[in-house]
Design a binder for this molecule. Structure first.
Ligand code: PEP
Ligand code: MN
Length: 262
């Protein structure tokens, strides 16, 4: 374990927000959808940061692969209208450059990228000399060395504010979860990097709406530092991850039902 990583946190501003609540659509689809979702989220007063997928890493070709760079001005507009910081997934150097050009406040590395050291290194190199917070999702497979390695690559590029996102691990066949939480692995990661913020992503763990509250509560009971939950003005008609998204109104109810250990 590289002890220098222990001082890499998401910064006092974010820490003060604990638990940090990030929400927004799985994917930016249209300007109207993104702005409506983000303004409704802001109106709840319960969200600290807005998320949206701009480039989507889909398992199979032919599915919606994200609106692309065209969506970045929409997100910038959402940021201006709500006053909330924004975060998007990046997987290539070009994504990083485009995100920074449009003032995205924080970046995240997705589960399909964390598994690939070439991609993580490319993102790390693009981040050299840039002071932007980066969240690193666990890899799809239950391999803590890959997750740790991704953190080390990003930290070695000089990124000072790094957070972890636990989004569960793929299992073959039908299980209760879309991605099994394997809580013990996230707990071990927290043990390895005690000063780093750990955010739970119940949306990608559950893959459905009805288990979100239960998984979110479990993470809070384990003293996680925040939640990232997908939301959409019209979840059933979302262009990706329709089953797991909730309306901003439902998100607010869900958050109200949780017990925080502040
Ligand atoms: C997402 O956040 O929409 C996403 C693609 O997540 P993950 O990398 O966890 O699958
Ligand atoms: Mn998603």
């Amino acid at each position: 374990m590289n002890t220098s990583l222990e001082t890499q946190t998401l910064g006092a501003a974010v820490a003060a927000k604990k638990p940090l609540i990030i929400s927004g659509p799985c994917s930016a689809e249209t300007e109207e959808q993104l702005i409506a979702t983000c303004t409704q989220l802001a109106a709840t007063g319960k969200v600290d940061m807005l998320r949206a997928g701009i480039w989507k890493p889909r398992t199979k070709p032919g599915l919606f692969e994200g609106i692309g760079t065209k969506g970045l001005p929409w997100l910038k507009k959402a940021r201006e209208l709500t006053g909330l910081p924004t975060t998007i997934e990046v997987a290539t150097a070009r994504h990083v450059e485009d995100a920074l050009t449009f003032d995205v406040d924080a970046l995240w590395i997705g589960a399909r990228t964390t598994v690939n050291p070439f991609s993580v290194q490319e993102v790390a190199d693009a981040l050299r000399g840039v002071d932007v917070p980066v969240f690193i999702k666990n890899p799809i497979n239950p391999d803590l060395e890959l997750w740790t390695g991704a953190v080390e690559r990003i930290a070695k590029a000089g990124v000072k504010q790094i957070g972890l996102i636990h989004r569960g691990f793929a299992a073959y066949g039908n299980t209760q979860y879309r991605n099994a939480p394997m809580w013990h692995l996230a707990i071990e990661m927290k043990r390895r990097m005690p000063d780093m913020h750990m955010i739970c992503d119940p949306s990608h763990i559950c893959g459905n709406r009805h288990m979100l509250a239960e998984v979110a509560q479990k993470s809070l009971d384990l003293d996680y530092d925040g939640l990232i939950i997908e939301s959409h003005i019209d979840p059933d008609n979302a262009w990706s991850d329709a089953k797991q998204q909730v309306t901003p109104e439902r998100l607010a109810e869900l958050l109200d039902g949780l017990h925080w250990r502040r």
